[in-house]
Design a protein around this ligand. Structure first.
Ligand code: NAD
Length: 358
């Protein structure tokens, strides 16, 4: 069946980096005779300016019927005065919720040539290659009841951290399977020493371990993982965690590589449908200057090809072209250590050239 891809460039540098990813996709489509149906729509602030909403019903309907959504970035100061429901970021939350994207995959990968950009010493960070699997639709961010009680003395506020067995099993399954396709190590992270929900989480993940006999399973407390990620990040292969802890740990891991313009992410549902986006935002400070690094977006396309479009071979091709690109010394401004750098629009043609000559 023809696979459908929805492109949502969004705002600011979202548009610029998406243009580069579409150039790579167009090349792959033509050179591999791919039967992909590619559609493009506005989202975020750009959609608000045109249609009065950050995400229209039509765009959401197309997203629901697509195998993969490539999402640039949304937001910018010109939309910050808007009410909560109309803010560009609501488009992201709306898509995540409507598509049931419960599994957030965030690789943190270091090209050794860029190790000097990391805040950590070279010998600690070299060869870093971690995948953080974060639960995205449950836990304390969504748990009920929640609220603020003001007619009490003292006033108080509360949230509920809750996971049911099915929610834990489905995210752990994604993580075990990811570990199987990588270095077969999985670390499950929670706070089983103080939280019932974490103890329950640990029990279920432990129970699933024997289904994946090749995977070396370990458990760690979240505060220790935060510390270990900085002290010795190479001890990890795949980390799985809840929405709250995963949020914090994936940001720490992203910072380790020192270059936010390089990091992709995938958010998947149980039918393999996914939304793919760079970890960075719309970067209003550099938007329109043509200097954004599009590699995070192009790597996100690679993840879409692997996880939702059934073409891991093409994902490998893109990743290998990016590796060549870095090894040959091509640098966008954010990863350049000198005043010499290339523009956003020059990146995709160099990658395509590598792929042609492979
Ligand atoms: P940001 O990620 O947009 O920018 C942080 C810094 O990193 C900036 O200095 C920026 O120039 C730089 N940067 C980011 N991506 C880059 C790239 N590809 N190449 C080179 N440099 C890059 O974060 P922010 O400044 O906190 O947020 C800006 C806007 O983006 C806000 O409106 C925020 O709400 C939104 N945002 C959106 C998303 C999303 O759409 N998923 C995520 C985060 C932030």
């Amino acid at each position: 069946m023809t696979k459908q891809i929805l492109i949502l460039p969004g705002d600011g540098i979202g548009k610029e980096v998406t243009t580069s990813a579409v150039e790579v996709l167009d090349y792959l489509k033509a050179s591999n005779d791919l039967d992909f149906n590619v559609l493009e729509r506005d989202v975020g602030g750009t959609s608000y300016d045109l249609y009065g909403k950050p995400l229209t019903e039509e765009t959401l309907e197309i997203a629901k019927n697509s195998d993969a959504v490539l999402f640039g970035a949304v937001g910018g100061p010109q939309w910050e005065h808007l009410g909560w429901d109309l803010r560009p970021e609501q488009a992201l939350l709306g898509l995540r919720k409507s598509l049931g994207l419960f599994a957030n995959l965030r690789p943190a990968f270091l090209f050794n040539e860029l190790a000097s950009a990391s805040p950590l010493k070279n010998h600690i960070i070299e060869n870093l290659d971690i995948l953080i699997v974060r639960e995205l639709t449950g836990g304390v961010y969504f748990g009920e009841p929640r609220g603020l009680v003001e007619d009490s003395d003292p006033k108080y506020a509360f949230n509920t951290m809750v996971y049911n067995e099915d929610e834990i099993r489905r995210i752990a399954k994604v993580a075990f399977e990811a570990a199987m396709s990588r270095n077969k190590k999985l670390c499950s992270v929670e706070k089983a020493n103080v939280l019932e929900v974490s103890k329950f989480w640990r029990g279920i993940v432990t129970e699933m371990g024997p289904d994946y006999p090749e995977v070396e399973l370990s458990h760690q407390l979240a505060d220790n993982t935060a510390m270990q990620l900085v002290l010795n990040p190479n001890q990890y292969d795949v980390i799985v965690s809840s929405n709250l802890f995963g949020d914090i740990l994936s940001d720490i891991a992203a910072t380790l590589t020192g270059s936010i313009g390089m990091l992709p992410s995938a958010s998947l549902n149980s039918s393999g449908q996914g939304m793919y986006e760079p970890c960075h935002g719309s970067a209003p400070d550099i938007a329109g200057q043509g200097i954004a690094n599009p590699l995070a977006m192009i790597s996100s396309l690679a993840m879409a090809l692997e996880y939702s479009l059934g073409r891991k071979d093409l994902a490998v091709k893109i990743e290998s072209a990016i590796k060549h690109f870095i090894q040959e010394g091509h640098r966008t401004k954010d990863i350049s250590t000198s005043s010499d750098f290339i523009k956003t629009s020059e990146v995709a043609p160099i990658l395509i050239n590598f792929m042609k000559n492979e």
